[in-house]
Design a protein around this ligand. Structure first.
Ligand code: FE
Ligand code: FE
Ligand code: ZN
Length: 294
């Protein structure tokens, strides 16, 4: 694979006073050629109007830097839960928030929105899957964009859905607008969910291809995990410091079947420092620096 086929970056912030211009600058400071951002706080759905977010300035800098907006990723806020019919108010709020996030994603010139599939809250996974698919149909009937939703594979905490490839397949199958759906594969989450990517990533990727289809894969979240396979914890770790280790994650980033797919780091800060410049450099070059956090 050519080196330029690798698109790697991290999640970045979007804060006053520079907002999106600041997000782009942050990504460039890490040596990234893609990135992921939230259009406001990750934890809530309060959102500033797009006109206040210095989007034109940010897009101009992207263009100057030669970054392809097709590779950019937006992440929807965590409060969305469209996998539970039992609380009508939350269900409707979730649908409205997804519509708004799709429109905002388009407003930034981006094309992919990552969404956590949500929690069935004790109603059972089949009910959660149906609730989400119905919600997505309502969303896609009104949002008026062509932004795709990448459903993220989850670790299996609590009552999460989307923890097996079969569940992801079922969500897609039950949705009438399949052309709008794709998948975000999170390396920490699928290992925590029980997929043995540490010892046999190729086998897991073949299984993903068979069950979901590789053409649905829109983005990979590249994270080490603090916990062993099957732990269902969802605790991200810095590259090389966790259960998966550097070699496994390097091979995923450079996997010949994953050329062109954006690779996004969501690893934790250490000593209040962002790790992304070092992690991106090591994952690009293959040169791991022992104890790089020291
Ligand atoms: Fe996520
Ligand atoms: Fe993730
Ligand atoms: Zn996670």
């Amino acid at each position: 694979m050519k080196k330029e086929d690798i698109y790697i970056g991290s999640h970045v912030g979007m804060n006053a006073p520079d907002f999106y211009l600041g997000s782009v600058k942050e990504a460039l400071s890490y040596g990234a050629n893609t990135f992921m951002f939230y259009t406001g706080a990750p934890q809530n759905s309060f959102r500033k109007p797009l006109s206040e977010l210095k989007i034109q300035e940010g897009r101009k800098l992207l263009q100057e830097a030669g970054i392809d907006e097709n590779k950019l990723i937006v992440h929807a806020p965590y409060i969305i839960n469209a996998a539970n019919f039992s609380r009508q108010d939350l269900y409707e709020m979730s649908i409205n928030t997804i519509v708004s996030e799709l429109r905002r994603t388009a407003g930034f010139g981006a094309h992919i929105l990552v969404l956590h599939p949500g929690s069935h809250v004790g109603m059972g996974a089949p009910s959660g899957i149906l609730a989400l698919a119905k919600a997505l149909d309502l969303v896609f009937e009104v949002d008026g964009t062509d932004v795709k939703i990448a459903i993220e594979t989850m670790a299996g905490k609590g009552h999460e859905i989307g923890i097996t490839f079969e569940q992801i397949r079922a969500i897609i199958d039950k949705c009438n607008h399949k052309e709008r759906l794709g998948v975000c594969l999170d390396t920490c989450h699928i290992s925590d969910a029980g997929y043995d990517i540490k010892n046999n990533f190729d086998k897991v990727l073949d299984e993903f291809d068979r069950v979901v289809g590789l053409d649905r894969l829109l983005v990979v979240h590249v994270n080490d995990s603090k916990n062993p396979i099957g732990a269902h914890k969802d605790r991200h770790e810095n590259i090389g410091y966790g259960y998966l280790g550097f070699d496994v994650l390097y091979n995923i980033v450079h996997h010949p079947k994953l050329g062109g797919i954006p690779m996004i780091l969501e690893t934790p800060y250490y000593n209040e420092k962002a790790p992304y410049k070092q992690e991106i450099e090591m994952l690009r070059s293959g040169k791991y620096v022992d104890n790089w956090r020291d």
